[in-house]
Design a protein around this ligand. Structure first.
Ligand code: BTN
Length: 313
């Protein structure tokens, strides 16, 4: 099994992002020897960074389009990035890291060969998409786990440029109109009734051709907007997920603001029944409240489909 990334790359990038900085200051700020700083700079150059030596030190001239260092550079959340050209699933890799005690890491892959979706579905993950899993250890009760799925959906919807008008279908599908743009698959582990870790797995059809994707009428950012900067998109998603994981009370208000489901007539298929009515709210940690002709129901999990006002059951 590969090791998680060394934190010194993140520290080096943080120091470089603050402006031109000399070798001594880099060594001082990172706690590395000067030789180790030089090795770190060489590794960043091999990864595609370009530096200029100014009178006051090294200045970053150009940042690679995507990759671990590219995403870590300028990232405002204390999250390391483990980047892979190809993985079966970033969630599976994050789970391996979780069992080894790692935290605050985003596993990113250029391509997934065994991407997983909700309800054991496969998730097509060709090159060009943003496929990542954020492993965090927020404190809290095991019963709060569902709210982190909603947090992932909010993070994606907030990170997507406003022109696209992405909305969330309960609990965590990110749609443009009726077309699916992104999804979230959350996994958690608990110990003694408390959360141990949370993996928020996020797939965004970014720079992909929707005709290459299976499923019911998917869309992509490329189709909606043109090619996007995946580095920036991944950064915003990681930052917002990290922020919301530290402030769970902010998740539902943000989710309501971005919801497509609320105020609509819906059909929700749970494992045991079908509920039809108007979706009126979400309650902590993420249940949908449906007003049916007979009663007000609170649905913890299920598949939700919007209905036209006149649609029968
Ligand atoms: C869904 O069914 O809507 C959820 C899709 C989640 C896909 C992402 S891609 C990154 C991460 N790794 C996986 O295997 N799945 C999630």
């Amino acid at each position: 099994m590969q090791s998680p990334p060394d934190r010194s790359r993140g520290q080096l990038l943080e120091a470089l992002a603050a402006g031109p900085v000399g070798l001594a200051a880099l060594a001082d700020r990172t706690g590395l020897s000067r030789a180790a700083v030089r090795d770190g700079l060489d590794a960043l150059e091999r990864a595609g960074f370009e530096f200029r030596e100014t009178e006051t030190g090294y200045a970053v001239d150009s940042v690679p389009a995507y990759g671990a260092g590219a995403i870590e550079y300028g990232l405002s959340a204390p999250v390391a990035v483990a980047y892979h050209d190809r993985l079966p699933s970033t969630n599976a890799r994050a789970r391996e890291l979780a069992t080894r005690g790692v935290s605050d890491i985003a596993v990113v892959a250029a391509e997934q060969t065994g991407g997983r979706g909700r309800r054991d579905r496969t998730w097509a993950s060709p090159r060009g998409g943003v496929w990542l899993s954020i492993l965090l250890r927020p404190a809290g009760s095991a019963a709060h786990a569902p709210v982190y799925t909603l947090a992932g959906a909010v993070a994606v919807a907030d990170a997507i440029p406003d022109e696209v008008a992405a909305r969330i279908k309960w609990p965590n599908d990110i749609l443009v109109g009726k077309r699916k743009l992104a999804g979230v698959l959350t996994e958690t582990a608990t110990t003694g009734g408390e959360l141990d870790w949370v993996i928020v797995g996020i797939g965004v059809n970014a720079n992909v051709d929707p005709t290459d994707l299976p499923g019911e009428d998917p869309t992509s950012l490329r189709a909606e907007l043109g090619l996007v900067d995946r580095r920036q998109l991944a950064q915003r998603i990681i930052e917002r997920t990290h922020e919301l994981a530290g402030a769970p009370e902010d998740i539902l208000p943000a989710w309501r603001r971005l919801a497509d489901t609320l105020g609509r007539r819906v059909r929700v298929e749970t494992d045991s029944e079908t509920i039809v009515g108007e979706a009126v709210d979400v309650t902590f940690p993420g249940a949908l409240v449906v007003e049916t002709p007979a009663s007000r129901r609170t649905v913890a999990a299920g598949e939700c489909e919007p209905l036209r006002p006149a649609d029968p059951r």
